[in-house]
Design a protein around this ligand. Structure first.
Ligand code: BG6
Length: 365
């Protein structure tokens, strides 16, 4: 059942190229995203939304954080992101022109479902992004966009997350097309880049040896840091969660520019820091932040884009991901972080697929 892999998590990490391909299938026509078969809202209705709320828990919440950047950049609609267990209690401003996007692998998470119902009661339209056909989210949401990751067994979510990102890109590109916020050539370019992701993810999975080595090292530590800026910050939040969930090593994911406002005090000799530097617009700033932690003795693993010959000069070890559009990098950059969590957990001899105290789907609030 594990298809020759030692754990479900490793199997599911390796299934990502296929899961991404399946989630893209049938949703691109003539080089552009077309969701008109699945989303029943008309162009007029889509144009009426003046804000979007992403609401989810855990890993799905991290997908929502990427969703904010994607939708704001592509469709120029203001987006807020909330963890579902907080959303209802903060008296959010929900009107009939609000679109609430709930993201849930299982479609059964109690906090997320409660948020969905509350949003509907307040008159919002709800779009559900879920991996389970017939789940509560799939049944109750006004609109549904399926992720086609296939069953995810390991508690730590991997392929569900990357396919949630794909669904979000598809939605963002579709919205941008309807709202005409991006030129057709920009949309075509992004769509083409999207179609290249499965193959690029395959390449990325070929040789995990460098990550495995670093995992062996961090398995000896009890504390470490992840840093990144922009989309990389959202990705390190997911990388840090993954590591905490299955290796029980404490880590913090910081917006790299915020380090000097406090956290830098915790950087001491030998502490591992995993630094993402895939975002060109903030690359130089990110390198400065890496130098700040290096100067305090951190042992830095840098993750950058293929062809980046600079990063190696300021970090101890480098891992690269294939180049894609800055907006799409999270789908690729999260994969080495998933592998890092996996190999750290196995190096510590832990129960990778069923970490202590956690459940795959939490149906209590
Ligand atoms: C948690 C799971 O309880 O629920 C996480 O342990 C998951 O892995 C989160 O990300 C949300 O689950 P779902 O099914 O709503 O995406």
């Amino acid at each position: 059942e594990k298809g020759g892999y030692e754990h479900f998590m490793l199997k599911e990490i390796h299934e990502q190229p296929k899961a991404i391909r399946d989630t893209l299938a049938g949703r691109i026509k003539d080089g552009l995203v077309d969701l008109s078969q699945e989303i029943s809202l008309s162009a007029e209705e889509l144009k009426r939304f003046d804000k979007i709320h992403f609401v989810a828990c855990g890993t799905a919440y991290h997908a929502g954080l990427i969703g904010k950047s994607v939708v704001e950049k592509l469709a120029r609609i203001p987006v807020e992101v909330d963890v579902a267990s907080e959303y209802r209690y903060r008296d959010p401003i929900i009107t009939p022109s609000t679109l609430v996007v709930v993201v849930s692998q299982s479609g059964e998470t109690a906090d997320t479902l409660a948020a969905l119902r509350e949003a509907q009661k307040a008159g919002a339209q709800v779009l559900g992004i879920t991996n389970v056909v017939g789940s509560s989210v799939a049944r109750e949401a006004d609109e549904v966009l399926m992720t086609w990751a296939g069953p995810e067994i390991a508690v730590a979510s991997t392929k569900a997350y990357t396919t949630q990102l794909i669904a979000i890109y598809l939605f963002g590109l579709y919205l941008a097309r309807i709202l005409e916020t991006r030129s057709e050539s920009e949309l075509a370019e992004a769509t083409e880049a999207l179609l290249k992701l499965p193959k690029q993810a395959e390449t990325l999975l070929e040789d995990p040896s460098a990550i495995r080595r670093f995992a062996g090292d961090i398995a000896q530590h009890e504390d470490l840091f992840f840093i990144g800026r922009g989309l990389d910050h959202a990705v390190v939040m997911e990388g840090s969660l993954k590591l905490k969930e299955i290796s029980y090593i404490h880590s913090d994911a910081y917006a790299a520019g915020e380090l000097k406002h406090g956290t830098l005090a915790l950087i001491e000799e030998g502490i591992p820091v995993i630094a993402l530097a895939t975002q060109k617009a903030v690359y130089d700033k990110m390198v400065s932040n890496i130098i700040e932690v290096k100067a305090r003795g951190a042992h830095v693993l840098g993750l950058g884009l293929e062809g980046d010959d600079e990063l190696g000069k300021s970090v101890d070890e480098v891992i690269t991901i294939p180049e894609t559009l800055p907006l799409l990098t999270p789908v690729l950059s999260v994969i080495p972080l998933q592998l890092l969590a996996y190999y750290t957990s196995t190096a510590r001899g832990l129960n990778v697929d069923k970490p202590r105290n956690l459940a795959k789907s939490v149906t209590v609030e």
